[in-house]
Structures are given as structure tokens and as C-alpha cells.
Design a protein around this ligand. Structure first.
Ligand SMILES: Cc1cc2nc3c(=O)[nH]c(=O)nc-3n(C[C@H](O)[C@H](O)[C@H](O)COP(=O)(O)OP(=O)(O)OC[C@H]3O[C@@H](n4cnc5c(N)ncnc54)[C@H](O)[C@@H]3O)c2cc1C
Length: 370
């Protein structure tokens, strides 16, 4: 028990638990077309770190239709010591409360100390469902994890909303400790062909879904998802309307990039929500991030911390992004972007040598001819 705190007084409505009864670090694996998704594999990196400090095993958890077990090997080769597999016809369609209930039942029975999920659309739905069912604590969007070696509590580290400091969140009285991290915050551990692990098949009768899937429509993916893009041209409220994004599309296609946006641009309906960068959007790690008409709020910049180079185009030299970007062009994007597009087209026609490097995502500083 944490010094000076009495669990029964803090939350009298929840029975106190003994954290020592819980053991193991679980990673809930999401399957995409039968394969474990990259964000789920990334969660094995913090899982191993926590497990090594606790001296506990890492367990992958696969829940899905018959055939789902296929993903177990990849989890083991990338760091899981064992994989629990629940296969059932009733899991052929994904329903958050059905999947969440199956995982919660497994956890109630097997008592893991920690459960990690990738904060994908599914992870963000399932994790709170699991936490609420188990009456456990949850910390979303962690950027790191530590272990308090004295209490064995996991410290879930994340930027608070203002994103200018880090919060260390612990759940001293309840288990399991549930945490999510967004895709690309952690690397996928290298595949180790020599790793061996146990696959444990468990029978769980999934509950009947309360919702019914009426139809499924695949959203057309014209381009690379922003979290995988090497070059990103992002637009913000400063674009003033959706037509500004047409210019950004043109620029992006010339330099082999994709278009993204700030939350203001998404809220205004100028760009799709899956292209939002930032705290409540995605974390990106391009080699080049061009921010156009974006002020550089802490909530936006937290999503581009991994960008190798940031270039900003902003009318205001005092905009916060100017002090965070590697290069800032001060001016109206409506003049700068068309000029840039013309110049790029001209260079392309001439086959300029350094354009190749630019297309590869490197920013090249070009001395003006005198
Ligand atoms: C809990 C929480 C979570 C959030 N999550 C996110 C998130 O995930 N992502 C995110 O982006 N925001 C997020 N926000 C919102 C964030 O605080 C900012 O409000 C938002 O990032 C601002 O968007 P913006 O830079 O597009 O707009 P603004 O802040 O309005 O900036 C517009 C910029 O455009 C410039 N400009 C104007 N006209 C031109 C022109 N003609 N040419 C060039 N530049 C021009 C202006 O100088 C200004 O700097 C979150 C906020 C909260 C509270």
C-alpha cells in the first residue's frame, strides 16, 4: 500500500486488491487481415522493458475468428514469452464490447499485472471497456513506462493536455494496470528467429453483440497513411478553407508526400479525421514535415516530435511554430506555395540534381544565384 494512503477509504465502493496476486505483462494483439498489426507489435517494446524490471513474463493475447492463432508466432519472435489464443466463430466480426468482454474475462481469471494495447481506433475502444469491466485504472496515450522498484507499480508516463511537462500516473491499489500508447511511439522489436514460446489455447464463449453490423465499406486509400509517410505537407486553420488543401495536395504530389492537417482543419471539415496530427490525432515520423498555416500549439507539436526536419510557412513571424521549426518561411501561403510549385515543376523539367534529394525527404539549402 502506498505510504499514507488507505485503499478502503480512497474508494470504498471498490474492494481492495492485493497487487502481489497479479503477475505478467500482457499485450493485446490486434489482427489486420489475419496478421498482427504493426502498432500491436510496437507494444512489445515497452512490455519487455516492464517485464524485465518486474521479472515477469510477456504474454501476447490474440482474440479472433478460427485461424487467428497464425499471429502467435510473430508475437513470440518479437518478444512474447507465451501467447494466449481465443478463437471462436462469434469473433468473426469485431464488436468492441464482445472483444473487450472476452479479454476482461481472461484477465479476471489469469490476473495479469499489466495490460498494454496500441491506441488504434480499436484499442481506444476496447481498453476503457476492459478497464471499466475490471474496475481497473487506465492511462491512455503513454509515451513511456517505468517501474517503481519498491512498490512494483508501473509508472505510466504521458504528457498532460498542455503537453509541456510529463505526468507519471500510477494505480497503486488496483490491478491490472492498463495502458495504451499511440502507434509509432515505440519501435517494433527486431525479429529473433531463435525465440521460442508457448501458445495456450483458451475456450471462451463470447457474449452476443448488442449491435448488428449492417454493412462494411472500405475507405478508399488513395495514398500512404500519414503515420507511414516520409514527407508530409500539413495544413491548419491558416489555410482559410478546403481549397487551400488542393494547393497542398499539388505540392505534396510533386515531392512524393502526403497531406495531413491540424485539429482545427479537421474540425472545420477541410480534411479527413484520420489525417489529423497531434495529441488527439496521430504521431508521425516523416523525414520532412511542412506545416502550412499551423500555429504550432503544444497539442499539435507533440505529434511531430519524431519528425527529422520541420519547415513552416506562416504569415506571422511570432507564431510559436517559428521557434520550433528548422526552417520558417514568413508570408502568405497563397503566394508562397504556388511559387514553390512553379519552381519545383521547373526544376523537375530541368532534372535538377538536388531535387532528387529533396524528393527523398532531405531538405537541401540552396544558395540563391547572385
Ligand atoms: C485536449 C486537446 C487536444 C488537442 N489535440 C490536438 C491535435 O491532436 N492536433 C492539433 O492540431 N490540435 C489539437 N488541439 C488543438 C490545439 O490546441 C490548437 O487549437 C490547434 O492545433 C490549432 O490549430 P491551427 O494551428 O491549425 O490553428 P491556429 O492556432 O488558429 O493557427 C493558424 C495559423 O495560421 C497562420 N496563418 C493565417 N493565415 C495564414 C496565411 N494566409 N498563410 C500562412 N499562415 C497563415 C496564423 O498566423 C496561425 O499561426 C487540441 C486541444 C486540446 C485542448
Amino acid at each position: 500500500m502506498a505510504a499514507g494512503l488507505d485503499c478502503s477509504k480512497l474508494c470504498p465502493e471498490w474492494p481492495c486488491e492485493s497487487p502481489g496476486d497479479f503477475k505478467g505483462v500482457w499485450v493485446v494483439a490486434e489482427l489486420v487481415d489475419g496478421e498482427v498489426s504493426e502498432p500491436s507489435l510496437q507494444m512489445l517494446t515497452p512490455a519487455r522493458k516492464i517485464a524485465e524490471k518486474l521479472g515477469d513474463p510477456v504474454t501476447g493475447v490474440i482474440v479472433g475468428p478460427p485461424g487467428a492463432e497464425k499471429g502467435a508466432e510473430e508475437l513470440i519472435k518479437r518478444g512474447a514469452d507465451e501467447v494466449i489464443v481465443v478463437e471462436h466463430e462469434g469473433l468473426s466480426e469485431y464488436y468492441p464490447e464482445v472483444y473487450g468482454e472476452v479479454i476482461a474475462r481472461l484477465a479476471a481469471e489469469r490476473k495479469p499485472s499489466v495490460i498494454l494495447l496500441a491506441a488504434t481506433a480499436r484499442g481506444r475502444e476496447m481498453a476503457p471497456y476492459i478497464a471499466n469491466t475490471l474496475r481497473a485504472g487506465i492511462t491512455a496515450d503513454c509515451t513511456d513506462f517505468e517501474v517503481d522498484e519498491k512498490t512494483r507499480d508501473v509508472l505510466m508516463i504521458r504528457p498532460p493536455f498542455a503537453a509541456i511537462m510529463l505526468a507519471y500516473i500510477r494505480t497503486p491499489f488496483r490491478r491490472p494496470q492498463i495502458g495504451t500508447a499511440r502507434p509509432n511511439v515505440f519501435p517494433v522489436p527486431p525479429r529473433d528467429e531463435s525465440r521460442k514460446g508457448r501458445v495456450v489455447r483458451v475456450e471462451v464463449e463470447p457474449p452476443k453483440p448488442r449491435a448488428r453490423l449492417v454493412s462494411r465499406k472500405r475507405i478508399g486509400r488513395r495514398e500512404t497513411p500519414i503515420e507511414k509517410a516520409d514527407v508530409i505537407v500539413a495544413g491548419g486553420r491558416g489555410l482559410g478553407g478546403p481549397e487551400g488543401f488542393k494547393l497542398l495536395e499539388e505540392l505534396a504530389s510533386l515531392i512524393g508526400g502526403v497531406v495531413a492537417g491540424s485539429r482545427k482543419a479537421v474540425d472545420a471539415g477541410w480534411i479527413e479525421a484520420d489525417r489529423q496530427v497531434g495529441l488527439t490525432g496521430k504521431t508521425v515520423k516523416p523525414r520532412l514535415y511542412i506545416a502550412v498555416g499551423i500555429s504550432g500549439s503544444a497539442q499539435h507539436m507533440v505529434g511531430v516530435r519524431e519528425a527529422r526536419r520541420i519547415a513552416a510557412i506562416n504569415i506571422d513571424p511570432e507564431a510559436p511554430i517559428a521557434s520550433q521549426a528548422d526552417y520558417t518561411v514568413v508570408g502568405d501561403y497563397r503566394e508562397i506555395i504556388p511559387a514553390l510549385i512553379d519552381e519545383l515543376k521547373r526544376l523537375k523539367e530541368e532534372g535538377a540534381k538536388y531535387l532528387e534529394e529533396l524528393l527523398a525527404g532531405e531538405v537541401v539549402v540552396v544558395e540563391p544565384e547572385r
